[in-house]
Write a protein that binds this ligand. Sequence first.
Ligand code: 5GP
Length: 190
Amino acid sequence: MQELRERILADGEVIGSQVLKVDSFLNHQIDPVFVMRMGQEIASRFAGEGVTRILTVEASGIAVAMAVGLALNAPLVFAKKSRASTQNDSVYTADVYSFTRKEAVHITVSARYLGKDDVVLIVDDFLAHGEAMNGLVNIVHQAGAKLAGAGIIIEKRFQGGGDSLRAQGVRIESLAAITSMEPGKICFAE
Ligand code: 5GP
Protein backbone atom coordinates (compact mmCIF):
# COMPACT_ATOMS: atom_id res chain seq x y z
CA MET A 1 0.00 0.00 0.00
CA GLN A 2 1.81 3.06 -1.31
CA GLU A 3 0.23 5.46 1.18
CA LEU A 4 1.47 3.34 4.09
CA ARG A 5 5.02 3.09 2.73
CA GLU A 6 5.09 6.88 2.38
CA ARG A 7 3.75 7.33 5.91
CA ILE A 8 6.40 4.97 7.32
CA LEU A 9 9.15 6.86 5.50
CA ALA A 10 7.80 10.22 6.68
CA ASP A 11 6.90 9.36 10.30
CA GLY A 12 8.57 6.05 11.20
CA GLU A 13 11.58 5.92 13.49
CA VAL A 14 14.00 3.01 13.32
CA ILE A 15 15.37 2.01 16.72
CA GLY A 16 18.62 0.05 16.33
CA SER A 17 18.15 -2.37 13.44
CA GLN A 18 15.15 -4.33 14.73
CA VAL A 19 12.35 -2.04 15.92
CA LEU A 20 10.26 0.41 13.94
CA LYS A 21 8.39 3.02 15.93
CA VAL A 22 5.18 4.25 14.32
CA ASP A 23 3.71 5.86 17.42
CA SER A 24 2.42 8.90 15.54
CA PHE A 25 -0.30 7.00 13.62
CA LEU A 26 -0.55 3.40 14.84
CA ASN A 27 0.94 2.44 18.20
CA HIS A 28 0.39 5.36 20.54
CA GLN A 29 -1.48 8.08 18.73
CA ILE A 30 -3.87 6.53 16.20
CA ASP A 31 -4.93 8.17 12.93
CA PRO A 32 -8.50 6.83 12.70
CA VAL A 33 -9.16 7.79 9.08
CA PHE A 34 -5.94 6.16 7.91
CA VAL A 35 -6.48 3.07 10.08
CA MET A 36 -9.94 2.71 8.55
CA ARG A 37 -8.45 2.84 5.04
CA MET A 38 -5.89 0.18 5.98
CA GLY A 39 -8.63 -1.97 7.50
CA GLN A 40 -10.65 -1.71 4.30
CA GLU A 41 -7.62 -2.71 2.24
CA ILE A 42 -7.06 -5.84 4.35
CA ALA A 43 -10.79 -6.62 4.22
CA SER A 44 -10.86 -6.32 0.43
CA ARG A 45 -8.04 -8.89 0.14
CA PHE A 46 -10.09 -11.42 2.12
CA ALA A 47 -13.52 -10.56 0.69
CA GLY A 48 -15.31 -13.71 -0.42
CA GLU A 49 -13.54 -15.94 2.10
CA GLY A 50 -16.61 -16.10 4.33
CA VAL A 51 -14.82 -14.65 7.37
CA THR A 52 -16.98 -14.87 10.50
CA ARG A 53 -14.49 -13.65 13.14
CA ILE A 54 -11.50 -11.33 13.29
CA LEU A 55 -8.87 -12.38 15.83
CA THR A 56 -6.09 -10.21 17.24
CA VAL A 57 -4.15 -9.76 20.48
CA GLU A 58 -4.40 -6.79 22.82
CA ALA A 59 -3.56 -4.00 22.71
CA SER A 60 -2.02 -2.65 19.55
CA GLY A 61 -3.84 -4.99 17.14
CA ILE A 62 -7.29 -3.91 18.28
CA ALA A 63 -7.68 -0.66 16.32
CA VAL A 64 -6.79 -2.23 12.98
CA ALA A 65 -8.80 -5.37 13.71
CA MET A 66 -11.79 -3.17 14.50
CA ALA A 67 -11.43 -1.46 11.11
CA VAL A 68 -11.26 -4.83 9.34
CA GLY A 69 -14.22 -6.16 11.31
CA LEU A 70 -16.30 -3.14 10.38
CA ALA A 71 -15.48 -3.58 6.69
CA LEU A 72 -16.24 -7.32 6.74
CA ASN A 73 -19.19 -6.98 9.10
CA ALA A 74 -17.65 -9.59 11.41
CA PRO A 75 -17.10 -9.43 15.18
CA LEU A 76 -13.60 -8.91 16.49
CA VAL A 77 -12.19 -11.05 19.30
CA PHE A 78 -8.95 -10.01 20.97
CA ALA A 79 -6.79 -12.43 22.91
CA LYS A 80 -6.20 -11.19 26.44
CA LYS A 81 -2.73 -11.11 27.87
CA SER A 82 -3.80 -12.16 31.33
CA ARG A 83 -6.80 -14.12 32.45
CA ALA A 84 -9.32 -11.70 33.93
CA SER A 85 -11.14 -12.64 37.12
CA THR A 86 -14.38 -12.22 35.13
CA GLN A 87 -13.23 -14.92 32.68
CA ASN A 88 -14.53 -18.11 34.27
CA ASP A 89 -15.54 -20.01 31.15
CA SER A 90 -13.33 -22.40 29.23
CA VAL A 91 -10.49 -20.80 27.32
CA TYR A 92 -7.96 -21.49 24.60
CA THR A 93 -4.46 -20.45 25.60
CA ALA A 94 -1.01 -20.02 24.09
CA ASP A 95 2.35 -18.78 25.34
CA VAL A 96 3.84 -16.00 23.26
CA TYR A 97 7.27 -14.47 23.57
CA SER A 98 6.87 -10.71 23.29
CA PHE A 99 9.39 -9.15 20.97
CA THR A 100 8.95 -5.65 22.29
CA ARG A 101 8.69 -6.54 26.00
CA LYS A 102 11.28 -9.32 25.91
CA GLU A 103 9.16 -11.62 28.07
CA ALA A 104 6.74 -14.51 27.60
CA VAL A 105 3.06 -13.70 27.90
CA HIS A 106 0.17 -16.08 28.30
CA ILE A 107 -2.71 -15.21 25.95
CA THR A 108 -6.26 -16.46 26.35
CA VAL A 109 -9.47 -16.44 24.30
CA SER A 110 -12.80 -17.56 25.69
CA ALA A 111 -14.24 -20.63 23.94
CA ARG A 112 -17.51 -18.72 23.93
CA TYR A 113 -16.27 -16.40 21.17
CA LEU A 114 -14.46 -18.81 18.85
CA GLY A 115 -15.67 -22.22 17.69
CA LYS A 116 -15.45 -24.91 15.03
CA ASP A 117 -17.93 -23.20 12.69
CA ASP A 118 -15.83 -20.04 12.46
CA VAL A 119 -13.72 -18.84 9.55
CA VAL A 120 -11.06 -16.67 11.18
CA LEU A 121 -9.00 -13.80 9.84
CA ILE A 122 -6.09 -12.91 12.14
CA VAL A 123 -5.11 -9.24 12.12
CA ASP A 124 -2.12 -7.55 13.74
CA ASP A 125 -0.13 -4.35 13.46
CA PHE A 126 3.32 -6.00 13.07
CA LEU A 127 4.64 -9.36 12.01
CA ALA A 128 8.26 -9.83 13.04
CA HIS A 129 9.49 -13.24 14.25
CA GLY A 130 5.97 -14.66 14.14
CA GLU A 131 5.62 -15.40 17.85
CA ALA A 132 2.31 -13.56 18.28
CA MET A 133 0.98 -14.99 15.02
CA ASN A 134 1.98 -18.55 15.94
CA GLY A 135 0.13 -18.18 19.23
CA LEU A 136 -3.00 -16.92 17.48
CA VAL A 137 -2.84 -19.67 14.81
CA ASN A 138 -2.51 -22.18 17.64
CA ILE A 139 -5.66 -20.78 19.26
CA VAL A 140 -7.57 -21.05 15.96
CA HIS A 141 -6.52 -24.73 15.76
CA GLN A 142 -7.58 -25.35 19.38
CA ALA A 143 -11.01 -23.94 18.50
CA GLY A 144 -11.25 -26.28 15.49
CA ALA A 145 -12.00 -23.21 13.35
CA LYS A 146 -10.90 -22.61 9.75
CA LEU A 147 -8.11 -20.09 9.22
CA ALA A 148 -8.66 -17.74 6.25
CA GLY A 149 -5.24 -16.16 6.78
CA ALA A 150 -3.62 -13.15 8.37
CA GLY A 151 -3.76 -9.46 7.51
CA ILE A 152 -0.78 -7.45 8.74
CA ILE A 153 -0.09 -3.75 8.57
CA ILE A 154 3.73 -3.93 8.65
CA GLU A 155 5.72 -7.11 8.05
CA LYS A 156 9.40 -6.94 8.90
CA ARG A 157 10.29 -9.63 6.40
CA PHE A 158 13.96 -9.84 7.43
CA GLN A 159 12.88 -11.28 10.80
CA GLY A 160 11.48 -14.38 9.11
CA GLY A 161 8.11 -14.89 10.83
CA GLY A 162 6.07 -14.33 7.67
CA ASP A 163 8.13 -16.73 5.58
CA SER A 164 7.90 -19.54 8.11
CA LEU A 165 4.12 -19.11 8.38
CA ARG A 166 3.78 -19.06 4.58
CA ALA A 167 5.83 -22.28 4.48
CA GLN A 168 3.22 -23.80 6.80
CA GLY A 169 0.52 -22.82 4.28
CA VAL A 170 -0.84 -19.76 6.11
CA ARG A 171 -1.93 -16.99 3.75
CA ILE A 172 -0.27 -13.76 4.88
CA GLU A 173 -1.23 -10.39 3.40
CA SER A 174 0.87 -7.45 4.56
CA LEU A 175 0.25 -3.86 3.53
CA ALA A 176 3.94 -2.94 3.78
CA ALA A 177 6.84 -5.42 3.83
CA ILE A 178 10.21 -4.17 5.03
CA THR A 179 13.24 -6.07 3.74
CA SER A 180 15.86 -4.12 5.67
CA MET A 181 16.10 -1.05 7.86
CA GLU A 182 18.54 1.13 9.71
CA PRO A 183 18.15 4.64 11.11
CA GLY A 184 17.42 6.93 8.16
CA LYS A 185 16.94 4.10 5.65
CA ILE A 186 14.01 1.71 5.20
CA CYS A 187 13.75 -0.66 2.21
CA PHE A 188 10.48 -2.23 1.13
CA ALA A 189 9.69 -5.33 -0.89
CA GLU A 190 7.87 -4.58 -4.15
P1 5GP B 1 6.47 -11.19 16.58
O1 5GP B 1 5.65 -11.94 17.57
O2 5GP B 1 6.07 -11.47 15.15
O3 5GP B 1 7.95 -11.33 16.80
O4 5GP B 1 6.18 -9.64 16.84
C1 5GP B 1 4.91 -9.14 16.61
C2 5GP B 1 4.39 -8.37 17.79
O5 5GP B 1 5.41 -7.60 18.42
C3 5GP B 1 3.33 -7.41 17.29
O6 5GP B 1 2.11 -7.75 17.91
C4 5GP B 1 3.81 -6.04 17.71
O7 5GP B 1 2.96 -5.53 18.70
C5 5GP B 1 5.20 -6.22 18.28
N1 5GP B 1 6.25 -5.72 17.37
C6 5GP B 1 7.14 -6.46 16.68
N2 5GP B 1 8.00 -5.70 16.02
C7 5GP B 1 7.65 -4.42 16.27
C8 5GP B 1 8.18 -3.16 15.85
O8 5GP B 1 9.17 -3.05 15.10
N3 5GP B 1 7.54 -2.05 16.30
C9 5GP B 1 6.45 -2.13 17.11
N4 5GP B 1 5.88 -0.97 17.48
N5 5GP B 1 5.92 -3.30 17.54
C10 5GP B 1 6.52 -4.44 17.13
